[in-house]
Ligand binder design. Sequence first.
Ligand code: DON
Length: 321
Amino acid sequence: MQNNPHIREQLEAWVEENRGHAILGNTAQYIPALGKEDPSQLGICMVDDNGNYYCAGDTDKEFTLQSISKALTFIALSCNYGLDFVLERVDVEPTGEAFNSIIPFEIHRPNKPFNPFINAGAITISALLPGQTSQKKYEFLLHFLEELVGHPLELDKEVYDSEWASSHRNRALAYYLKEAKFLEIEVEEALDIYIRQCAIKVSTKDLALIGLIIAYDGFNPITKVKHFSEEIAQVAKVLMVTCGMYNSSGNFAAHVGIPAKSGVSGGIMAAVPPKLHSQTYEFRAGAGIGVYGPAIDVQGNSAAGTMMLRQISKEWDLSIF
Ligand code: DON
């Protein structure tokens, strides 16, 4: 696709149309450093297979990965140990419960966490990252992500400290995991790596690029580098569709229909696979999308960001279904 100024103008208009939907949510108050963000921010970047970036709204701002990191840890770990190793330790079933719920565990007593995107599953698999210490595990993940985005990434120390100090529920979950023998390292070490991965700073541009690589089954069509296998990308996309937006994944699939992963910072990473029979010309060869809108709804997804994706998907026929 040629770089098309019309697309950027269209995105600018949709950002402004959807900005007001922030009122349907609020910033993540349970992590004080996220709670103080300006809720009216909204930005989007899309990248196509030729490396054309189309960015609109508040895209200068960096924000933390939060739960988006869960998809990336899943991919990094699967690359290192193989998909079978990871799927022996975490399932691929949605729960229909909140991302930080303890209820599925108590009720079902599963032999492994339900999926790697709920906090229980994510803490379990983060603890498995290669390295003897949480620092080494973090470095492994960071290096993997830097290879994907093509530049150094940093930790947001303020967000890390803020979550570490307020992470009572995750601490409770981690003790639960330890008791169930799912955690192979100590609780504090597991929490440290998990909270660190959540506090890695990215831009909407970074998320768009990673989304594009996932859409292209682990291949970066711009640099021509293959980062991970089709097999891993396929399961990552299944997880994004079924669990990526937590207990509104069904609604998101119906109204947006794009594999995506959200975070309570207000970020959304979406992977638009190529669609030869698309009704429109825009992004027929696929795209990656990064969104930032820090007012989140009760399920933990960017309120305005979700509404904007709904509009974009409909207008440009991006649904995979
Ligand atoms: O563990 C937490 O609560 C946060 N660090 C991440 C949760 C999150 O992003 C859920 N997302 N929508």
